[in-house]
Design a protein around this ligand. Structure first.
Ligand code: ARG
Length: 484
């Protein structure tokens, strides 16, 4: 049986690992995505070791130089890693030591891969999380644009997928925008909750060296160090939470997609997808399919899968670090990337689709969509709502039997249901009036939707500012670690 080379921890072993064990335990194919953060974490750590005089200054300087060279190699795509070295952390330490000699071995003083991996993953995820927020915000902006140019476009509003009451397209688009806004905020909340630095927790119990955890936390752009070293290396709730946030956002996306699939069908015809964001059929020449919406709807499955994976993988794990925790990366890294891709492309689908406003308006004729308004009209004439409801129900039944709409009734026919009905009934129950008169706070009238749009724009602006501030902080940290 073939035996592989010696691992960094090989001291107490007589033999190297079996080749199959190496393959099975290596996480390099996934955690190499964290290489940049691993180098940054090490740069912060060595800076702290030097400042606390835990290792000699000249060794720290050599380590810093070496790590910066590795960062450059990584940027140039020249940093090659070897799966037999297990993971990204050991690879980088090994590279460093090969480059600068035994001084490289001092880097791992007062830390462990357990706090290292938690730190790297947090840094990776906060960037990936911000990318999700960015992409969601792009989609929100597209929805806001459609709302802005469609304050008076009217379409049927649905409950139970049945025509319910007429609504403005502005309000409909903003309904999605507000929901997505909460999804984005949820990411921001989670990023704030996980904004504590694991580095210096070491294997599980902290360290005997006089380290300065506040310094490494600051250098890496965290708010504070984590409070408890066992909790730090043994918990992955921040990962699970982001998987949930991604799942929730994906569910919101899937609702939009489902609607657009329906709306672009021959039955609805409410929207026409832009050619650039549609696909054809290999056999049916006439087809123009909304595949982007369908794929986004479908990808919700794997994103929710990442949440289930995290929940099940971490359930019943005893404190503190267990190797099970190596399985936390791929699903959530992939989920966040998938969500980002979906939201980015849906932003384009929404901003390029053609709104068929005449078809939307035409559809409002069906389904007695103004029945509530006729009942409300009777209420203004002094009839109790419950009674009005019954009267209109009868009128609807009559119209249905004749194949006509409420608007088609003559004043005489209206009066047969209630003598209180006057000529003004026709203007009152017109679809346009139904919409305009629903001007309660949060309602569907153009004026109410204007208020919603203003709020939504402000929320978007505030969030974009918060994202930019975080981005700037991280860039500053990297610049400092790489140059000063
Ligand atoms: N590759 C490991 C992970 O992703 C790093 C931590 C390894 N720690 C250990 N005690 N084997 O979790």
């Amino acid at each position: 049986m073939q035996m592989a080379g010696k691992a960094l921890w090989s001291g107490r072993f007589e033999q190297g690992m079996d080749e199959g064990t190496l393959h099975f335990t290596s996480s390099l194919d996934v955690d190499s995505r964290m290489a940049f953060y691993d180098i940054m974490g090490s740069l912060a750590h060595v800076r702290m070791l030097k400042s606390c005089k835990i290792i000699p200054g000249e060794d720290a300087d050599a380590i810093t130089d070496g790590l910066r060279k590795l960062a450059q190699e990584l940027k140039d795509g020249k940093l090659e890693m070897d799966y037999t070295l297990e993971d990204v952390h050991t690879n980088i330490e090994f590279k460093l030591t090969s480059m600068i000699g035994p001084a490289g071995g001092k880097l791992h003083t007062g830390r462990s891969r357990n706090d290292q991996v938690a730190t790297d993953f947090k840094m990776y995820l906060r960037d990936a999380g911000l990318n999700c927020v960015d992409a969601i915000d792009r989609l929100i902006a597209s929805l806001q644009d459609v709302a802005k140019s469609n304050r008076e476009t009217i379409l049927p509003g649905f409950t139970h997928m049945q025509h319910a009451q007429p609504v403005t397209l502005a309000q409909h688009m903003l309904a999605h925008a507000f929901r997505l806004g909460r999804d984005a905020d949820r990411f921001m909340d989670a990023l704030e909750r996980m904004n504590k630095c694991p580095l210096g927790s070491a294997a599980l119990a902290g360290t005997t060296y006089r380290i300065d955890r506040k310094l490494t936390s600051d250098l890496l752009g965290f708010r504070d160090p984590t409070e408890n070293s066992m909790d730090t290396v043994g918990s992955r709730d921040f990962v699970t939470e982001l998987a949930f946030d991604a799942s929730m956002a994906a569910i919101s996306l899937s609702s939009i997609c489902e609607e657009l699939v329906l709306w672009s069908s021959q039955e609805f015809g409410f929207v026409t997808m832009d050619d650039r964001y549609s696909t054809g059929s290999s056999i049916m020449p006439q087809k123009k399919n909304p595949d982007i919406c369908e794929l986004t709807r479908g990808k919700t499955g794997s994103i929710i899968g990442s949440l289930v994976t995290m929940l099940v993988t971490t359930k019943s794990l005893p404190l503190s670090y267990n190797r099970d925790l190596q399985e936390d990366k791929r699903p959530v890294m992939d989920a966040l990337q998938t969500l980002t891709d979906c939201a980015n492309i849906m932003a384009k689908v929404v901003s390029t689709m053609k709104i068929n406003d005449a078809t939307m308006m035409e559809a409002t004729k069906k389904g007695f969509i103004n029945a509530t308004d006729l009942a409300d009209y009777l209420v203004t004439k002094g009839i109790p709502f419950r009674e009005a409801h019954g009267i209109v129900g009868e009128a609807v039944r009559f119209c249905e039997s004749k194949g006509i709409y409420l608007d088609d009734l003559t004043l005489e026919q209206f009066k047969s249901y209630s003598p209180l009905i006057e000529e003004d009934v026709f203007s009152t129950i017109s679809v346009k009036s139904c919409v305009e008169r629903r001007d309660s706070y949060g309602g569907t009238s153009p004026a109410s939707a204007d208020v919603q749009l203003a709020i939504s724009l402000q929320e978007l602006f505030d969030r974009e500012t918060a994202v930019r501030q975080k981005d700037m902080l991280y860039q500053k940290c990297w610049e400092l670690l790489l140059t000063q």
